[in-house]
Ligand binder design. Structure first.
Ligand SMILES: O=P(O)(O)OC[C@H]1O[C@H](OP(=O)(O)OP(=O)(O)O)[C@H](O)[C@@H]1O
Ligand SMILES: Nc1ncnc2[nH]cnc12
Length: 170
């Protein structure tokens, strides 16, 4: 199955000049959604890790079933003001703006090995911010895995210190 067939381009969303990769057709198709989780599992099996860390909202959709499937714990990274306990915060730039993310202070402890998962790797700003939060908490980033990579935005330049895999590259 070619998962690219289930990813739709939406021009000028959320801003003029951005071509938005819309994964909702993939999520709507049970076979394509299942296949995406199986392929993510195969790719993630390459690394030794205990926890999967992913940002809301689209990262959660893929990370939660993958964590269950692989028998790993799941750590949510949320937009500001949503997590109830003490947090580590990080501001960053992404393809279409500026944002900030938060992680619970006690979510990662020394030497936890972590996989970072997301739907889209665009400029790499989101994932770089998450990697910094994990390392500030004493964890190790075992690998970075995404469904989609926009290679023309050269995200790997920001992520030179890490192993990065993507299922679908544009
Ligand atoms: O590589 P970057 O340039 O940082 O962009 C990638 C990020 O942008 C999107 O999230 P968004 O912040 O739009 O949030 P959403 O999942 O809630 O839609 C996407 O899900 C990635 O997390
Ligand atoms: N072009 C894009 N499509 C979907 N999600 C994104 N996140 C950042 N850039 C994106």
């Amino acid at each position: 199955m070619d998962l690219k067939h289930f990813i739709r381009d939406i021009p000028d969303f959320p801003k003029p000049g951005i071509i938005f990769k819309d994964v909702t057709p993939l999520l709507r198709d049970p076979e394509a959604f299942k296949e995406s989780i199986e392929l993510l599992k195969n790719a993630a099996s390459f690394w030794d890790f205990d926890l999967i860390v992913a940002p809301e909202a689209r990262g959660f959709i893929f990370a939660a079933p993958l964590a269950l499937e692989m028998g790993k714990g799941f750590i949510p990274i949320r937009k500001p003001g949503k997590l109830p306990y003490k947090v580590i915060s990080k501001s960053y730039s992404l393809e279409y703006g500026e944002a900030a993310l938060e992680m619970h202070k006690d979510a990662i402890v020394e030497r936890n090995k972590v996989l970072i998962l997301d739907d889209v790797l665009a400029t790499g700003g989101t994932i770089k911010a998450i990697a910094e939060m994990i390392e500030e908490a004493g964890g190790e980033v075992a690998g970075i895995l995404t469904l989609i990579e926009l290679s023309f935005l050269e995200p790997r330049k920001k992520l030179k210190d890490y192993q990065v895999k993507a299922l679908i590259t544009y």
